[in-house]
Design a protein around this ligand. Structure first.
Ligand code: SF4
Length: 195
């Protein structure tokens, strides 16, 4: 079976999923989208209200900023694959609970298996702590560093775009300034491993 077909089947399974309580309040599932041949996969924590309404990841205000960040290094969202740890919106934009992430994780891992990226870019602390299986992570000190994950795959933590919306300064050392450095590094790795 080809990769696109397997991905469509994963998506279909997500659309039918009732494995955790988040299915009760979702309008739409948000499986993720983009280039399944990308060497880079971006992983956020979960859909927000706009994403839940659209059934697509990163389409709200934070999503628009995320697109601008990508554009700044001549990336488009179609170049990469974008998804979240949980595929249904946690109510009131709360963080996903550990058991919800555990229930949903097989979908993310299946997607990663199909895409087989060289780099997983985690957006914010939640996907980083989940993938590293650490209760707490310090995104401010860990961002911008390559972390060995498994099977030759690296994790590269970045700030979540919603954090950047709350911290708009672009002065040297600010989260936005550091994100600019980080996305340049992501693009460099992408170009080196483009399939
Ligand atoms: S969040 Fe994941 S596990 Fe929970 S219902 Fe949605 S798709 Fe299923």
């Amino acid at each position: 079976m080809n990769s696109q077909k397997i991905m469509s089947e994963i998506e279909e399974t997500i659309n039918q999923c009732t494995k955790c309580p988040l299915h009760e309040t979702r309008a739409n599932t948000v499986p993720g989208e983009g280039n399944i041949h990308s060497p880079v996969v971006f992983v956020g924590e979960g859909p927000g209200a706009d994403e839940d309404a659209a059934g697509r990841p990163f389409v709200g205000r934070a999503g628009k900023l995320f697109e601008e960040i990508l554009k700044a290094v001549s990336f488009s969202r179609e170049d990469v694959f974008i998804t979240n740890v949980v595929k249904c919106r946690p109510p009131n934009n709360r963080n996903p609970m550990p058991d919800e992430m555990m229930s949903c994780a097989p979908f993310l891992f299946s997607q990663l298996q199909v895409i087989n990226p060289i780099l997983i870019v985690t957006l914010g602390a939640v996907p980083l702590s989940f993938l590293l299986e650490k209760k707490t992570v310090r995104i401010t000190s860990m961002r911008g560093n390559l972390i060995e994950y498994k099977d030759g795959v690296m994790i590269f933590p970045m700030f979540h775009p919603s954090y950047l919306l709350r911290n708009p300064s672009k002065t040297k050392g600010s989260p936005k300034y550091l994100t600019w450095q980080d996305i340049k590094e992501v693009k460099r790795i992408y170009d080196e491993h483009r399939k």
